[in-house]
Ligand binder design. Structure first.
Ligand SMILES: Cc1cc2nc3c(=O)[nH]c(=O)nc-3n(C[C@H](O)[C@H](O)[C@H](O)COP(=O)(O)OP(=O)(O)OC[C@H]3O[C@@H](n4cnc5c(N)ncnc54)[C@H](O)[C@@H]3O)c2cc1C
Length: 388
């Protein structure tokens, strides 16, 4: 692939990752999609290959590589067509571990970040609550200080890796009277008494576990606080930029996968005595869809370039998710159409792709919320600044 963003080393990494996924992951995907449980051995294999540590410091076993290695990891995970498997991996690496690395104390990093990089511990990030996800500041879970502990009470929902993870990063109100200025992020080990998790059934992302979690008098040491007390909201907002770019990259990659599959199918499928890729109506549709996908891809790479340079690219990352997830839904909807009745069959990849893609405009900030953020930046000239 020719691109101004990827070096020869990047391409070699892509090839070795593709080989690994084909050999170690693809043979199990259908089973994991059916059971909703990803076998634990694969986490360890990812760890051994170094994939969990590509953008984390060497001090904790990471490789400290540039962001385009992450772009490759995300793209290739989409191209094995299990949005759920991909989500389980990136929720661990880029939701949970991002907070551990950025705000965790040295002892938290030694214990949890190191084990997350080797694949011995799996993490999840718990922000959304049954009462609402978009209104992060309105969360009701509390963490009350008692002596040298916090006592957590409340509930979270729709949490990726919420049932099978080993630790949970929980956003809770440490000063409820202060609204969004009273939220903190706390590390809760799964072994702590008082946590119960229920697995949710859902339309897509079927290989990943999505959990509803209750915290009943969960007692954790004060040292499990991440960063400073009551700074949780800015920490969450800060990492939303990279999370949104991740979801934008996922979207362009699954759209590209859908188009590649559809093009192959259309070159083989015949109707009225010729390949269906000879019908002008379909050819023009392909041209439009490809254009949309490529524009999103190039834009997403440019946002990755900004983030890689340390720029706080909230506006561009928000645009990336808003536009790319819409594009992916439209591309995949149409690619399913190209396959006719086969597109609707589970034996072909489009049915799962369509289901998985639908989460794009919902998870990690709905499209409506993203438009609100952009309107504030564009119309009200609001400036978002990093918290650290
Ligand atoms: C499979 C899955 C995995 C997830 N993984 C995680 C995870 O790992 N961790 C986590 O914390 N969360 C996770 N989420 C939660 C996800 O981020 C939320 O679902 C999302 O933020 C929306 O919150 P909500 O579902 O409560 O919808 P609500 O906030 O109730 O919104 C309902 C509707 O109202 C609209 N709306 C709300 N406010 C406004 C407004 N101001 N203006 C216009 N429209 C508005 C929304 O756009 C939406 O269409 C996951 C969700 C799913 C489905």
């Amino acid at each position: 692939m020719n691109s101004m963003y990827f070096t020869e080393e990047h391409q070699l990494f892509r090839k070795s990752l593709q080989d690994f996924l084909k050999k170690e992951v693809v043979p199990h995907i259908d089973a994991w999609e059916q059971t909703g449980v990803i076998d634990r051995f694969i986490w360890k294999k990812f760890g051994e290959m170094g994939f969990f540590g590509i953008n984390y410091p060497e001090a904790y076993g990471g490789l400290n590589l540039d962001l385009f290695y992450t772009v490759i990891l995300l793209e290739e995970l989409q191209k094995i067509n299990s949005g759920g498997f991909a989500a389980a991996i990136w929720a661990h690496v880029y939701l949970a571990m991002t907070h551990l690395n950025a705000e965790g104390s040295e002892s938290i990093k030694q214990k949890y970040l190191t084990a997350s990089i080797t694949g011995d511990k799996i993490g999840c990030l718990c922000i959304t609550e049954p009462f609402g996800g978009s209104d992060v500041a309105g969360m009701r879970t509390t963490a009350v200080k008692k002596g040298d502990h916090y006592i957590i009470n409340g509930s979270k929902t729709f949490i990726t890796n919420g049932v099978y993870s080993d630790y949970l990063l929980v956003a809770a109100k440490t000063a409820p009277e202060l609204g969004n200025k009273g939220i903190s992020i706390l590390l809760v080990d799964r072994e702590t008494p008082g946590i119960s998790a229920t697995k949710l059934d859902k339309l897509g992302w079927r290989a990943s576990d999505t959990g509803e979690i209750a915290f009943d008098e969960v007692k954790i040491p004060l040292s499990n606080l991440l960063g400073e007390e009551n700074k949780g909201f800015p920490y969450i907002m800060q990492h939303f930029a990279s999370e949104r770019l991740i979801m934008g990259i996922n979207a362009h990659a699954r759209a590209e996968y859908a188009l590649e599959y559809a093009l192959q199918y259309m070159s083989e499928r015949k109707a009225f005595g010729k390949s269906i890729n000879k019908f002008q109506a379909l050819r023009h549709t392909i041209s439009d869809l490809y254009t949309e996908m490529e524009i999103c891809k190039e834009f997403n790479y440019s946002v990755a370039y900004r983030l890689n340079k340390g720029e706080y690219a909230v506006k561009h990352a928000t645009m990336s998710k808003l536009k790319s997830t819409k594009m992916a839904d439209e591309v995949i909807y149409q690619c399913l159409q190209f396959l006719g009745g086969y597109g609707y069959m589970e034996e072909y990849p489009m049915a799962r792709l369509l289901r998985d893609s639908r989460l794009g405009p919902i998870g990690g900030g709905t499209s409506e919320i993203l438009r609100e953020i952009l309107a504030k930046i564009i119309i009200d000239k609001k400036e978002y600044k990093p918290s650290t």
